[in-house]
Write a protein that binds this ligand. Sequence first.
Ligand code: DC
Length: 230
Amino acid sequence: MKKIIIAIDGFSSCGKSTMAKSLARNIGYLYFDSGAMYRAVSLYCLQNGLIENNEVNEEALRLAIDDICISFEADPVTKNSITLLNGVNVEKEIRSLQVSRIVSIVAALDFVRTAMIEQQRQMGKSKGIVMDGRDIGTTVFPDAELKIFVTASAQVRAQRRYDEIIARGDKANYEEILENVRQRDHIDQTREVSPLRQAHDAILLDNSNMTLQEQEEWLVNLFHKTVAAC
Ligand code: DC
């Protein structure tokens, strides 16, 4: 069967990763979380003192960017995808609120995007991948055979992120998370480089009132239809 590239873009906390992961598992494709890559670069900034009061030391980060290598591997036990920053498992650290607070700033830097896009294109060289993010269908893989643009209300998205953090056993504040979701939407949509927008050939999915199972069936059907038409 012909292998394709599936690009899943949309607002933060829409459940893109959950849907992309389950789709990849169902159809035997590799899954790549491009947001995790920007989160890992943000973590690198925190770990190396390259960010202070929401100001990135651009000069230092520019010098370091080619030495920041992000890769993914499957957890030997859960089989979930793990993000590695220069070979070190940072999956938990990149999901912290500290990283969430600064990631939009780091992701808006043109040289960071250029470096990540290059790594992302390498990951898609052999096709057979599902990648989620903000600019996968518009910039990283403009020729992707299947593009989905996901949205849901800010309140639904904040609640999902809140539930995720609580389920991990960490503390969370719903209002703070809602504010963070709104801020990130604004930065993601208005940044100069690769702003978040729906590709003209992407299919819109509003999953505010959809169950995970409904969503999964919808996606797998769409995948089979797309491959049959290729
Ligand atoms: O999907 P996420 O919330 O983990 O993404 C983290 C941040 O990275 C988010 O603020 C937007 C940014 N991002 C991006 O600019 N481009 C991508 N392809 C993926 C994520």
